[in-house]
Design a protein around this ligand. Structure first.
Ligand code: GH3
Ligand code: MG
Ligand code: MG
Ligand code: MG
Length: 300
């Protein structure tokens, strides 16, 4: 059984010969990245996001434990599994590594088959974990983040905005008269519209700029960290314009309509973790107001 290709393993070891040996053992099956010390290893882990890290314990300067502590502390690397590799055969070292969150511990001298078997096992577990994460966080119809993911991201963005005294904007976007669209063309065609609206929103909100999520049904949320009300309004108008450009018409009760959205917006400088619910409610109340006053508009 071959290891899954395209998976990446980062090896951090101060000895060139060890790097060579490990890389020879693994390179047929995975992409191997090498680092000669802890600092370089952390940098490469952040940048290249390996699926697994093999970490030498004894290294001059920053040793394996220090490196591990830093990897665990940084959100960008905290969930990457780490296998310690060491010549130390004292059980207290093994215990320490496992207590720090290492997923495994391999003792030198290295046996090719053991290294391969353990790496294979942990890569498979990583793959399964990623699949589960995706199932838990992604909306299958639109491929956007789902409501669970949105709740996670907004709480961490809220916390970070408090820490850095930055503002945060939120748009709640709901398709107008979508029931009419479904009644006209059926649910399956309605699903296609949801996908189209979702991709317009995703396109307007650049990667890394904010989060677009399907909150439920035909309702979406757009979270825009550090966006002022003015900047977020611009994004909302652009989204509304592009959705109108899709030119999705339907007929209902003898009349012709077109798919539009209503948007409720809120912007604030978060001060207190308790006020997060109120923030969402503010945007949501504005959405209700927009619905009650003619739809196809944005209100703050
Ligand atoms: P409003 O302008 O007030 O928002 O009216 P609306 O018809 O959009 O809102 P309402 O809440 O009355 O109905 C929402 C509709 O969205 C009804 C429901 O069938 C449809 N909907 C929700 N989720 C899905 C979905 O996953 N696929 C499809 N095709 N339709 C969906
Ligand atoms: Mg060493
Ligand atoms: Mg609606
Ligand atoms: Mg709705």
């Amino acid at each position: 059984m071959a290891m899954t290709s395209q998976q990446r393993v980062l090896v951090i070891d101060d000895e060139k010969i060890s790097l060579k040996v490990i890389s020879d053992i693994l390179r047929d099956d995975v992409e191997v990245i090498l680092a000669i010390n802890g600092e370089q290893g952390i940098r490469k882990a952040i940048e290249l996001q390996p699926d697994l890290i093999l970490l030498d314990v004894l290294m001059p300067g920053m040793d394996g434990y220090d490196t591990m502590a830093k990897l665990r502390h940084d959100v960008r690397t905290s969930t990457i599994p780490v296998i310690f590799i060491t010549a130390l055969n004292d059980s207290s070292h093994e215990e320490k590594a496992l207590l720090m969150g290492a997923c495994d511990y391999i003792q030198k001298p290295l046996y090719t088959n053991i290294v391969q078997a353990r790496v294979r096992l942990h890569l498979q577990l990583t793959k399964q974990r990623k699949m589960l994460e995706e199932l838990a966080n992604i909306d299958p119809l639109t491929s956007l983040a789902n409501r669970r993911r949105y709740e996670d991201v907004i709480s961490s963005e809220w916390q970070s905005a408090i820490e850095h005294q930055e503002c945060l904007s939120l748009l709640v976007v709901d398709i107008d008269n979508f029931k009419h669209y479904n009644d006209c063309y059926g649910h399956a065609t309605g699903d296609k519209v949801l996908k189209q609206v979702a991709s317009v929103l995703a396109m307007q909100v650049g990667l890394g700029e904010g989060l677009v999520a399907r909150y439920g049904g035909e309702e979406f949320v757009v979270l825009l960290p550090r966006f002022s009300q003015q900047e977020a309004t611009k994004v909302a108008h652009q989204c509304m314009l592009e959705i109108e450009r899709l030119n999705l018409c339907y007929h209902h009760g003898g009349e012709t309509g077109q798919v539009t959205v209503s948007v409720g917006g809120a912007t604030c400088y978060p001060q207190n973790s308790d006020l997060l619910c109120e923030f969402f409610d503010r945007a949501d109340n504005k959405l209700v107001q927009a619905k009650n006053t003619g739809k196809n508009k944005i209100l703050w």
